[in-house]
Write a protein that binds this ligand. Sequence first.
Ligand SMILES: Nc1ncnc2c1ncn2[C@@H]1O[C@H](COP(=O)(O)OP(=O)(O)O)[C@@H](O)[C@H]1O
Ligand SMILES: [Mg+2]
Length: 229
Amino acid sequence: LRRVSTGLKKLDELLGGGFPGETVILVSGSAGTGKTLLGLNFVAEGARKGENSCYLSLNENKAELLRACEGIAALEDAKKYMGKTLDMKTMTMGEGIDIYYFTEMFSSYPKIDRLVIDNVNKLLLFAESKKEYRIQLSRLIRYLKEKVNCSLLVCETEYDNRDKVIDTGVGESFECDGVVHLSFLEFEEKPMRTLEVYKMRYTEIEPKIPHEFIINSKKGLKLADSHFV
Ligand SMILES: Nc1ncnc2c1ncn2[C@@H]1O[C@H](COP(=O)(O)OP(=O)(O)O)[C@@H](O)[C@H]1O
Ligand SMILES: [Mg+2]
């Protein structure tokens, strides 16, 4: 299986080269944990390598996404790939654009290498019922595996310190091939951004080992060696 570089060197090492190809990976976490930046970093990495990459946002518009990239030196070059190997799309859900419309759209989508959908919570919000959402989500994931080599589905989760909540409770983590969870953890009495791999099909992993996830305007995004092993 061809591996897809994640944009984080340490994460590539942990996964034996990157995410497995022909997969859909869930990137979950509470507000501010870095999901959007992780996604932007993932498509920028692909765009630089000449892979056709697309960021589809149901949250921010293109200007806001570019503004987020401009704040991080390592992502500044994303702009120059726009319209070439990088595409940023914004869609507003509601008014007839629901998860059903969305899956139909992907069924006619051209093949691409990398895709980020930010976020699945918006799809759930505009679904008729949780059951309908799960059925459509499953269809969407199947389409994505045909059309896209590696897709990241961003998922907003509630903050919870005890047992971590890794999806919306409607089965995203079961439907996806992998789950990468971002959260805040106390380390030496200070909250720290962390990344944990919960699940990765076709890959030998050490699950749920928190690694510090660093967002630095000058150095970019980085995964550190774990403080916890
Ligand atoms: N230029 C930057 N330098 C340092 N940290 C940044 C920069 N831009 C954003 N951040 C940090 O990233 C966080 C937002 O990340 P984001 O990916 O939007 O989170 P999420 O999508 O998980 O809600 C902000 O709270 C901020 O602290
Ligand atoms: Mg976000």
